[in-house]
Design a protein around this ligand. Structure first.
Ligand code: SAM
Length: 279
């Protein structure tokens, strides 16, 4: 599994070049695209196509090659194969047939974005592409809404405006978003701003909507009243869903042993947040 550049052809490892030169066959997502990369480095490899639409049939042929003791390198159009790219099915089949699968680490758009964005968050959740259809996209975002970690998305220029609109409406406009666009290429841009300003920023210059994007979006804000244990917060939340506020707070205090005042403050803060979202 050989990682290849995400733009700048110089971003290829010595080991990747050595392996691409040495293998019997290079399986590539787009043989024309990869042909250019290989030509650039003077590598005359035997190419076979393995892409999203033929992964199973091409995978079976690759297993035949492996059975005939041929060595195969898998590359994708950009970055690390099998990361938001084809390859995982082939790897699973090859592994279960007892073949050794070796990763050659290298470029990856998400990691490149994270390394240069300067975000303070220490944990992140890599989501990759959101669904194309608006309904499914919003459903996925709703499921991510309460996650505390930095969210990492891939997006193409065709859906960037629609995705930003949905990110803003589902997650709220207060979170910070980083656009990491055209990394390692001529028009590389890394820009952070609040989500509520993101759509206007994109629309202010059509060039900002072009190219490939990694989006880094802040996670859910830590719960108010962080001093209150998670278990007590969960209890309070469950009781608030069923009972009037005062009664829920009283019971939550009895069950959890937390101070009634602190629970009361927290319940009020939640209520205020819900009111703002509904507005
Ligand atoms: N396997 C690749 C990797 O390791 O990053 C990802 C492949 S995925 C099909 C393509 C998506 O990756 C693009 O739509 C974009 O979201 C992101 N991407 C790829 N190259 C990029 C670049 N140079 N700058 C920003 N994002 C990029």
């Amino acid at each position: 599994m050989v990682a290849t550049p995400i733009g700048n052809l110089g971003d290829i490892t010595l080991r990747a070049l050595e392996v691409l030169r040495g293998v019997d066959v290079v399986a590539a997502e787009d043989t024309r695209d990869s042909g250019r990369l290989l030509n650039h480095y003077g590598i005359a490899a035997k190419l076979v196509a393995l892409h999203e639409h033929n992964e199973r049939s091409a995978g079976a042929k690759i297993l035949d090659l492996l059975a005939a003791k041929q060595s195969v390198a898998l590359i994708s159009d950009a970055g690390t194969p099998a990361v938001s790219d084809p390859g995982a099915h082939l790897v699973a089949t090859a592994r279960s047939a007892g073949y050794k699968v070796i990763p050659l680490p290298g470029p990856n758009a998400a990691i490149a974005a994270l390394s240069a964005a300067g975000r303070a968050e220490t944990h992140f959740l890599f989501y990759g592409f959101l669904p194309h259809s608006a309904g499914e996209r919003r459903r996925d975002l709703a499921a991510l809404k309460d996650q505390p970690w930095l969210l990492v998305f891939y997006e193409s220029p065709h859906r960037i405006l629609a995705s930003i609109a949905d990110l803003t409406s589902v997650l709220g406009g207060e979170r910070q978003i980083t656009f990491a666009r055209e990394l390692t290429k001529l028009f590389e841009t890394i820009h952070t701003l609040p989500l509520c300003e993101a759509l206007a920023w994109l629309e202010a210059d059509p060039n900002r909507q072009r190219g490939e994007f990694v989006l880094l979006v802040g996670g859910a804000a830590p719960l108010e009243g962080a001093g209150i244990g998670e278990e007590a917060q969960r209890t309070l939340k469950a009781l608030l869903a069923e009972l009037p506020l005062k009664q829920a707070v009283k019971l939550a205090a009895e069950i959890s042993g937390e101070k009634k005042n602190a629970l009361y403050e927290l319940a009020l803060a939640w209520k205020k947040d819900d009111g703002q979202e509904g507005a």
